[in-house]
Ligand binder design. Structure first.
Ligand SMILES: C[S@@+](CC[C@H](N)C(=O)[O-])C[C@H]1O[C@@H](n2cnc3c(N)ncnc32)[C@H](O)[C@@H]1O
Length: 248
C-alpha cells in the first residue's frame, strides 16, 4: 500500500465520505488512555490522532510508525515539536521498535492487512508490550443484519476498490482482528459503535507478560522466551533483530 499519492488529500476524501464520523471514533477513548506513558501509534497517516493525543498527554513517549513518507511529513507538521514523538517511516511488521509499550494505537489500520499478515503484525507488536498494555482500535465493521449489513458490505467493497486504485492495496475484505488480538492476550474491555455498527472504537487490555511467555506466546517458542533488553537498558519484548528502516 502506497499512500504517498493521496496523503495530502486523504482527510478531504475522508470528510467528503464520512464527515467527522471517523474522527469521533478515533477520539472516543482519548481520555481513557490519557495516562499512557510509552505509546506506539501505527499507521496514523497524517497524524490527526497523534496531535490530539500529545495535547492531552504531553509527557508520553510516542513512537509513530507509518509506511508513507508523505503521511509522516504531514504528521510532523501537525504535531508540536516539543512533544515527545519519534516519527518513523517503515513497515510496522518489520521496523525495529523500542519496546515497553503500555499503549498501542491503530485507527483504520488493521483493515490494511489480511488475517495472516495481521497474525504476524500483532505477534510482533505484542512482544514489545508490557503486562497490562492496552490496544486502542478504530475500525469498520458489519452491522448485525438487514439492509444496514448489505449497505455496509457494498460501501466496504467500494472503499477497498478505491484504495486498490489509488494506493495499490491488495486486501479485499475486513480481517477478523479481535481473535488475532485475543490469541496474543488482548481482550476487548470497551466498545462503542456508530452509524448502525459500521464504525467501531474498541479498547483491548492485556494482562499477559509479553516478554516472557510459557508457550503459545506471540511469536514465542514453547517453553518460553527470556525478556530481552532494549537499547536504553530497559527490559522489553522481542524487539531487536527486526529489520530497521529510515526515519524522517
Ligand atoms: C487507511 S490509512 C488510515 C490512516 C489513519 N490511521 C486514519 O485513521 O485515517 C492507513 C495508514 O496506514 C499506513 N500503512 C499501511 N500499511 C502499513 C504498514 N505495513 N506499516 C506501517 N504503516 C502502514 C498507510 O501509509 C496509511 O497512512
Amino acid at each position: 500500500m502506497d499512500c504517498d499519492g493521496i496523503a495530502r488529500w486523504y482527510r478531504f476524501f475522508e470528510y467528503f465520505a464520512f464527515g467527522r464520523a471517523l474522527e469521533r471514533r478515533r477520539l472516543e477513548y482519548l481520555e481513557a488512555v490519557a495516562d499512557a506513558r510509552s505509546v506506539l501509534i501505527l499507521g496514523d497517516g497524517d497524524g490527526r490522532f497523534t496531535a490530539e493525543f500529545v495535547k492531552r498527554n504531553p509527557r508520553a513517549a510516542v513512537q509513530f510508525v507509518d509506511l508513507s513518507s508523505k503521511m509522516v511529513e504531514l504528521a510532523k507538521c501537525r504535531v508540536s515539536e516539543t512533544a515527545g514523538v519519534r516519527f518513523r517511516v517503515g513497515d510496522a511488521r518489520t521496523i525495529a521498535l523500542d519496546g515497553n509499550y503500555d499503549l498501542v494505537v491503530s485507527h483504520f489500520f488493521l483493515d490494511c492487512f489480511t488475517e495472516s499478515e495481521l497474525a504476524e503484525l500483532v505477534a510482533t507488536i505484542s512482544a514489545c508490550c508490557v503486562p497490562g498494555a492496552r490496544w486502542l482500535v478504530s475500525e469498520f465493521g458489519l452491522p448485525a443484519g438487514g439492509v444496514g449489513r448489505f449497505a455496509a458490505r457494498v460501501l466496504i467493497r467500494v472503499m477497498y476498490f478505491f484504495f486498490w486504485v489509488v494506493t495499490g492495496l491488495k486486501v479485499t475484505r475486513l480481517p477478523a482482528y479481535a481473535p488475532v488480538l485475543a490469541r496474543n492476550g488482548f481482550q476487548m474491555v470497551r466498545r462503542q459503535t456508530a452509524v448502525g455498527g459500521l464504525l467501531m472504537s474498541e479498547l483491548f487490555g492485556s494482562q499477559r507478560d509479553h516478554g516472557v511467555d510459557a508457550g503459545g506466546a506471540p511469536g514465542g517458542e514453547p517453553g518460553g522466551k527470556k525478556r530481552r533488553t532494549t537499547n536504553d537498558g530497559r527490559s522489553g519484548g522481542d524487539c531487536e533483530g527486526i529489520e530497521g528502516t529510515d526515519s524522517v
